[in-house]
Design a protein around this ligand. Structure first.
Ligand SMILES: [Fe+2]
Length: 354
């Protein structure tokens, strides 16, 4: 495994790069906009391909690089389901796994600093965002922060991890890089409280000034979704209503391709008569001897991609175009919009999927 801890000196943010040396896949956690080119250069130097970019929460002190990294690498963006970001590729809930080329992160929902805060556990280490800092904890006085929830997240969840678990925080202002759960339990002054009420009292009496970039960073971080306008103008998007209004024969003439991971399909259901093709397998599948290329050759059915919110499917249209598949379209808003429009889902795995 390749592991790098990168630092933004302006906002004191830590960004983490985790890579699989063998397969070449990589994940970035909490990337900062101004360093996007630095990450891309490093990925290139280490011969890694960015598969997923994850934010622990919607940041108030810096602008995320999630959007720009997705546009440059076509990686999948990930945030919690509570995030107020307009669109990301995947929204996780407590206990979900984020997997990329054998790298596995478990999402731990830890509200308190914000209502969309997650920590990510990976084997011997946990990426704690602003929930737990080294000898500190994240403030709880904006973005639906809540000191009581923060106490529960810390004492009910993070501090129950094995004492030897490494703590990699989202920020540090004092020159620290890494700690452990045991070390923080023993020496973090904010954690030396006897009860919840004492922690709430402590956090509510801090009276901190707002982060300098807050008025710029929060709105910018809420507008990171892949722009879908051009696809719509080009007639490459099908709305859920359009798909619903099609006759059974019209629907069956399409090759509906679900780009989500198995975990998402199991949790949120599928649209009937689709085939399953996880997004990360798309390029290989479009190659001459790939599954999708073969299916299209045999059936000639026009492809319609769909995913969770329409982000991976929009990128898939472009990827397919580059591979020589020009007639593909995607379902705007993904299965989430399909459901809102009254579209049915089923929990059965698609017939004909591998
Ligand atoms: Fe934060």
């Amino acid at each position: 495994m390749i592991f790098r801890q990168l630092f933004d000196t302006v906002s004191s943010t830590y960004t983490y790069l985790i890579g699989n040396q063998r397969g070449g896949g990589a994940i970035l956690i909490d990337p900062v906009l101004e360093h996007a080119d630095q990450y891309l250069k490093l990925l290139d130097e280490l011969e890694l391909r960015l598969l997923k970019a994850v934010d622990t929460h919607l940041h108030a002190d810096h602008i995320t690089a999630l959007g720009v990294l997705r546009d440059k690498t076509r990686c999948v963006t990930v945030m919690g389901e509570q995030s107020s970001a307009d669109r990301v590729s995947v929204r996780v809930s407590d206990g979900d796994m984020i997997e990329a080329d054998g790298i596995c992160l478990t999402a731990l929902y830890t509200p308190g600093h914000t209502d969309d805060s997650y920590c990510y556990l990976m084997q011997d280490r946990v990426f704690t965002g602003d929930t737990l800092l080294i000898r500190g904890t994240g403030r709880t006085d904006f973005q639906n922060g809540d000191a009581g929830q923060a106490y529960n997240s810390l004492f009910g969840k993070l501090l129950t991890l094995p004492a030897a678990t490494f703590v990699y925080p989202g920020h540090d202002y004092n020159g620290n890089t890494v700690s452990t759960i045991g070390e923080e339990k023993a020496h973090n002054p904010r954690l030396q409280v006897k009860e919840r009420a004492e922690y709430v009292e402590l956090m509510n009496s801090l009276h901190l000034v707002e982060p300098k970039k807050m008025s710029v960073a929060v709105p910018a971080n809420q507008r990171i979704g892949f722009s879908q306008q051009r696809l719509e103008q080009e007639g490459r998007a099908i709305s859920p209503q359009q798909l619903l209004q099609m006759s059974a024969a019209e629907r069956q003439s399409l090759l509906l391709v679900d780009l989500r991971d198995p975990q998402e399909r199991a949790r949120h259901g599928i649209i009937a008569d689709c085939i399953s093709l996880p997004y990360h397998e798309l390029s290989a599948s479009l190659a001459r001897d790939g599954l999708l290329a073969a299916l299209q050759r045999d059936s000639g059915r026009p492809i319609v991609f769909y995913c969770a919110y329409g982000e991976r499917s929009a990128m898939a249209v472009r990827i397919a175009e580059e591979a020589g598949f020009f007639g593909t379209r995607h379902l705007s808003g993904g299965i989430a919009a399909w459901r809102v429009a009254g579209g049915a889902t089923t929990n059965m795995d698609p017939a004909g999927a591998r």
